[in-house]
Design a protein. Sequence first.
Length: 422
Amino acid sequence: MAEEVKVTMENTDSPVQTEPEEYTEEYTETPERSEFRRKRVKRIKLILVLLLIVFLLIPNILCGFLLYQLYKTNRNMEILREEIKISKMEIEKKNQEAAAMAAAAEKKIKEEKYGTQNLVQLNLSDEEKYPNKQLVYLTFDDGPSKYTNEILDILDEHDAKATFFVLAKEGYDDEYNRIIDEGHTLAMHSYTHKYSVIYSSMENYKEDVNSLSDFLFEKTGVRPKFYRFPGGSSNTVSKINIQDMLHFLGEEGYVHFDWNVSSEDASPKMLEASTVARNVLNGIGEKKESVVLMHDSASKRSTVEALPIIIETLQQKGNVEFLPITENTKQVYHVREKTDAEKTEGTGKADKENVKEETEETVEESTEIESDVTKVVDEAVSEALSEEVAEALSEAEKLSEEENQSKEENRSEEENQREEQN
């Protein structure tokens, strides 16, 4: 018993053995930390806003650049058109000067050949030579034929002159030359008179005209200056631009003549001679100048029979002259070659239409480009914002976790302090 008391006393006096406590660094929320975190969040928000503004401005800047490029293109086109216009005016001026020089040289040659007084008479137009007269130009297409000599006899009998727009036919050498020898005008109509061939291409057309010119020169020694389109210059069967053909004729020195009075003898059904004569006389009426269309072919016997009726009826009026077409004859045409000014005007209109179309196309392309750019930018903005937002959210979550942890630690510390006090 005594021993137990002793052992107890010894254990009581010995110091109490306790385990050493682990050291932990406590997190405390300080004003400096809170201010740093607040500034960081604010800075992230500012960066996001700036990025958003920049990406929204990019499409507008690109659109402005494209519009500026469009303006520069239109301006350059206007300058180019002006330069072309000036060049054409200079070329036209030089052509006019060259034509004036050529005319002066030709006039000088004629003065030396005919004398000044005779030249004045030669240069008078038919209207000036025959004042107060009705001028009738009888013209015959598609010859020569078996009726050509009969027609020439009728003309000679009535002291009338005419113009023959002929084809290339073998066996009529005498008729070709008689037309010229008796003071009529030998003119060109067609070498083949096959519309499907002549008007199929510009090459074929040129070949037809040149072949006929060579043929008639070979037969008569004369190259005709006047020409009539098969079907007239207003025909609707040609696949070639009429202006191209007229330009070719002008370059070759040919003058084309249509008609303003028709005998209507081109009808597939042969008309009565009285009908042909009535058509011509009614068409002439009181016209000052009449170019009459008739035909010299094997199927047009009624035209030959109508010819004396026409001439005699008109000659009874006492003021009618039957003349051949010459350089002094006023040109009668259905379609004429456009002047350089008219061509320029037409080109200007075409250019305006082209510019309008190009502008519309450019605007459409610009709109498409703008749409594509906007789409790309939106995708880039979305992607960039997604990355920034994800980063910001991640940072916010991290800060939120740190704040929660700090609050939890502060709460634990407060509980420990209350327990110690208790």
